[in-house]
Design a binder for this molecule. Structure first.
Ligand SMILES: Nc1ncnc2c1ncn2[C@@H]1O[C@H](COP(=O)(O)OP(=O)(O)OP(=O)(O)O)[C@@H](O)[C@H]1O
Length: 549
């Protein structure tokens, strides 16, 4: 079974779980306010009805009506405000928890999940859940008014109540016919939306390609994007249609009931007034139903995603990055997960040793496994077999974080964050240190750091890579990993990188693994290792002048 689907989402009704996300005290208060507003509504209809029927002191009834109206006002506003706050709070919590879980989950799992699904759930589904809570006081109020009116009916006319009950049961039967189908459609709309988000990403990431080729752009908009948009629309519409038809039939049944009561003279005027009053909350309740059901489906999707990233990687107590004497890959293998066995890439078995003060260059053709090896070495991927030994001790799942703390890495698809948050050094000295490094990497005329914030990221790819190197320097860890770092540099700076920066790192006692195609500079390395189709092919070429014991 695929790991993303193996974790079981929590059981229980999704709408109840949405409510369970709210702080108990606030929820009780908000519910109480909404119930008070509903009780006030029932009080108003009861006093108006008693007034019409006659037999009670009109002054008391008037005062009762006024008091109920005021209570209704307070309850409505109070409940509305509290539920709006709860809704926004739940939205914040869901996004915060999901972001923390994605950040804490295993890297390979996050890679497989993909950004589109996470973004789709974090934006659309989380918002639907919050919207449900914002609308919840209306649901509570209207449901209570309907229930209260029915109780009042039972008290005034059992015959009318019996007919109303039969109508409700009939209406519910109509609803349940399409309900499961509607939920399925909403769920399909959610999956289609995940794909739509990946197309949205293509719209930006692929903007250059699309702009340069009009036909391709048209085809992308018409086929990929349009198809996804249409699919979301179609599924959602099919679900909504079921509720619209259901609500129409349910209201028609109530109308028929009013007709029977009025023209069949089954009930007194009082019961008819109650029914007429009941129409509005019932209508509102039925209108809220599709949103509530979409929130239910969204909560299910959130649950599934939460479950997929539920197990955080175990992290031992955080300790500062310390040095190492030797890092050894012992018969390490890694395979990418695929549903089928066809074309699965296998890295290894790899036997390699790294030591401080040593520059190793890793070479190999495209797709030979260099980046994969880098990800295994840095602890981003777990070896499927074999072991990574840190100073002779096998790195277990528990201390993989310790392994990662050895590395400062610039991968070829690096991300440049707008701030230096999380990098050590109190504000001013961090700025000074960063600006000195920026000057060293010949970027001072382009970018600076103030208060830990980069003045710009609108730079050329080569310049952005130099900034990524600044960040790696600021991390100042014992092992530097560069994945084709120099590929985007001009010949002059390429020379600086290989002839000055790498030897400097070696002189500072750092271990360096540089993935490279620059055969002009292989002589800089203490050793060159070569990968071919996932295996080390050449024996390690040790340069005697710099060999380590
Ligand atoms: N995320 C992934 N999921 C599944 N297979 C992958 C994934 N990334 C890479 N591969 C497979 O692993 C093989 C090695 O990829 P890798 O990126 O390690 O190669 P590389 O040597 O760094 O290539 P290049 O020089 O082009 O950067 C590829 O041929 C590809 O089939």
């Amino acid at each position: 079974m695929h790991p993303e689907t193996s974790a079981a989402p929590p059981q229980g009704h999704a709408l109840l779980r949405i409510l369970a996300q709210c702080p108990r005290r606030h929820l009780v208060l908000a519910l109480a306010a909404s119930l008070a507003a509903a009780a006030a509504g029932i009080g108003m209809v009861a006093s108006a009805n008693e007034m019409l029927v006659g037999g009670h002191d009109p002054r008391w009834l008037t005062m009762g009506f006024a008091a109920a109206a005021l209570l209704g006002l307070a309850g409505r506003i109070g409940g509305g405000l509290l539920f709006a706050r709860l809704g926004e709070g739940v939205l914040l919590d869901l996004r915060r928890t999901l972001a923390a879980r994605v950040a804490g989950a295993e890297f390979a799992r996050v890679e497989r999940l993909g950004a589109a699904r996470v973004q789709s759930v974090m934006t659309d589904d989380a918002a639907r859940v919050a919207d449900f809570l914002v609308a919840f006081p209306n649901i509570v109020m209207n449901a209570t008014i309907v229930a209260g009116c029915l109780a009042y009916l039972a008290w005034t006319s059992l015959a009318a109540f019996g007919l109303a009950l039969a109508t409700i049961l009939g209406g519910s039967a109509v609803f349940s016919l399409g309900h499961a189908r509607a939920l399925k459609e909403f769920d399909r709309a959610g999956s289609a939306q995940d794909e739509l988000f990946s197309h949205f990403d293509g719209l930006f990431s692929g903007a250059k390609e699309l702009k340069l080729n009009r036909e391709r752009q048209d085809a992308f908009l018409r086929l990929s994007l349009e198809r996804s948009i249409e699919e979301v629309r179609a599924h959602r519409l099919r679900g909504l249609r079921i509720y619209v038809v259901g609500a129409g039939i349910a209201l028609f049944l109530v109308h028929a009931l009013i007709g029977v009561l009025t023209f069949g003279t089954v009930a007194a005027t009082g019961s008819i007034v109650v029914f007429l009053y009941l129409m509005m909350p019932l209508d509102a309740l039925l209108n809220n139903l599709p949103n509530a059901q979409q929130a239910r489906v969204s909560m299910g999707r959130i649950d599934r995603l939460m479950a997929a990233v539920a197990a955080p990687e175990p992290v031992l107590a955080r300790s500062p990055a310390t040095g190492f004497r030797e890092l050894r890959l012992d018969h390490v293998r890694h395979r990418y997960f695929r549903d089928s066995e066809d074309g699965v890439f296998t890295l290894g078995p790899i036997d390699l040793t790294f030591r401080p003060g040593e520059v190793v260059i890793l070479i190999g053709g495209n797709g030979s496994g260099k980046t994969t090896l880098a990800k295994v070495l840095t602890g981003l991927y777990q070896p499927d077999s074999g072991a990574i030994l840190l100073d002779g001790v096998p790195v277990t799942e528990l201390d993989r974080d310790r392994l990662r703390r050895l590395f400062s890495a610039v991968f070829s698809d690096f991300h440049l964050f707008p701030t230096l948050d999380g990098l050590s050094g109190p504000g001013a000295s961090l700025d000074a240190e960063a600006n000195a490094l920026i000057a060293k990497l010949e970027l001072a005329h382009k970018v600076s750091v103030t208060g830990g914030v980069l003045s710009t990221r609108a730079l050329s790819q080569g310049q952005r890579k130099r900034l990524a190197l600044v960040v790696a320097y600021l991390e100042d860890r014992p092992f530097y990993l560069f994945d084709e770092w120099a590929a985007d540099q001009d010949p002059l700076f390429r020379e600086v990188f290989y002839r000055r920066l790498l030897p400097e790192l070696r002189a500072r006692g750092k271990a360096v693994l540089a993935i490279s195609h620059d055969d002009r500079y292989f002589d800089v390395a203490d050793r060159c290792v070569k990968l071919e189709n996932g295996r080390l092919v050449a024996a390690e070429i040790e340069r005697p002048s710099r060999a380590h014991a």
